[in-house]
Design a protein around this ligand. Sequence first.
Ligand code: PEP
Ligand code: MN
Length: 440
Amino acid sequence: MCPFRACGFESRPGHFYITYPGGEIGRRAVFRRLCLRACWFESSSGYFQALHAPHAGLFVSPFFSEPSPAFSGYLCTVNTTASPLHASMFDTPASQPWVIAGPCSAESEEQVLHTAKALAETGRVHLYRAGIWKPRTRPQSFEGMGDPALQWLVRAREATGLAVCTEVANARHVEACLAAGIDAVWIGARTTVSPFAVQEIAEALKGTDVPVIVKNPMHADLKLWVGAIERVQALVHGPVFALHRGFTGYAHKEYRNAPMWEIPIALRAEKPDVPVLCDPSHIGGRRDLLEPVAQKAMDLGMVGLMLEVHPTPEQALSDAEQQITPKRFTELLDGLTIREEQLSADQIDGLAALRMQMDSLDEQLIELLAARMDLARNIGAFKKEHGLTILQLERWKQVYASRSTWGQDQRLGAEFMSNLLEQVHTESIRVQTEVMNKKK
Ligand code: PEP
Ligand code: MN
C-alpha cells in the first residue's frame, strides 16, 4: 500500500509516482509542505529531495530512479520497500497536523510502553517521542534514564508500529541512537545555541537518512536557528524540520517560553523548504495554554505539533505542569480548527506576516512596560524604607538624556521620544506613589 496515498500518490509495485494535476496539489497544503517542500525521497540509487516548483502544472511522472532536471514540477519516484517506517511517519491526511507525541522523559519501560500504546490507539500520532538524556537547567533535576531507555523505545515501536524519536545532544547520543535503530532525532533548544555541538551531531549523522528536528535556540536568534538547520542539511540526507518551542526572556510571564511568532515566520521566509512544527508544551509550560498555542500554530500554517503526553502528568519526573493525558491529547486535537483556507505562503510572507510580527512586538512592548513598572514598585519600596523622595531630579535628567539619545540612534523622532519618556515617567511616579502611600 502506498504510504503517501492520502497525499495523492499512486503506487506501483516497488515504486509509486505522482499523478495529481497542479491545481489539486495546491489544495493539499500538508502534502505540499510536508512531503514535497520538505520531504526527502529515497530510490534504489539513493536519496533525494523532491523538487519544489511553485508554478508546477499538470504532470505525470514516469518511473524515475533519480531526480531529473527535466522535471517541471513536484516530481519524484520512491522505492517504498526499503524503509516503510520512514514513509509511514509522514502519512498525514491534509486536514490533520503532523503530530509528534509522548512523554517529556522516558521514566520506566512500563511508562514508555503504556503511553505508546495509548497514543497509538488514538490514531493521531506519527512519531512517538521520549527524552532519554535530559538537558536540565539545574543539575539536581531528573536527568533521564540514559542508554537503557533506547531499548524501551525500540520495544514501544515493536508493540505499536509507531516510529520513535529522542533528543540527542552530542555524537555519543547519536551513535547510540543509530546503533539502536531509532527512527528520528531532535536537537534540543539548549544544544541549538552551540554551533560546535550541532556540527558534532551533524557529523555523527553524516550520510544517514535519519530525519532531524531542530528546535529553536533558547534565545530569539534566528540566525543561530537557521545555521543549525544548515549544518544538518549539509551532511544528513534525511528531511530536516524546524520546531518552534519559544524563547526565554525575563519579561515574559504568561508563557514558559515566549512564542515570538515573528521568528518562526521569518524562518519560513528564509528557509521555505523546511517545514515548521510547533511545540505548545514547552511554549505554554502549563496545560491550559496548550490549546490556544496549538491553534495559533495551525492558524499560521505550521505543519505539525509536538505535544508532551504522560499517563499521570502530575507525577511526571520532568515538566509535570505541561504534560497531558492521552485522553486530553485527543480532546485537544479534536478541538483544533484546521482551516480549509489557510493563508497562502504569499500572504504569510506579505501583509499578514507583517501584522503578526507587529502584534507580537506590541505584546512584548507591553510586557516590558509592565516589567519596568514592577521595578518602579520595588524602587518605591526601597525609597520608602530609606526615607527618600519619589522624584530624584538628577536621576530623571540622566534617564531622559540617555533614552533620548538611544531613541535618536534608533531613528525614533525626538518629539515621540520626549512624549513617550514623559508618559513612562508619569506612570512610574504613579506606581511608586501607590507603594509609598500603602499602609503597612
Ligand atoms: C523536550 O522536548 O523535552 C526538551 C527538553 O525541550 P527543549 O529543548 O525545547 O527545552
Ligand atoms: Mn519537556
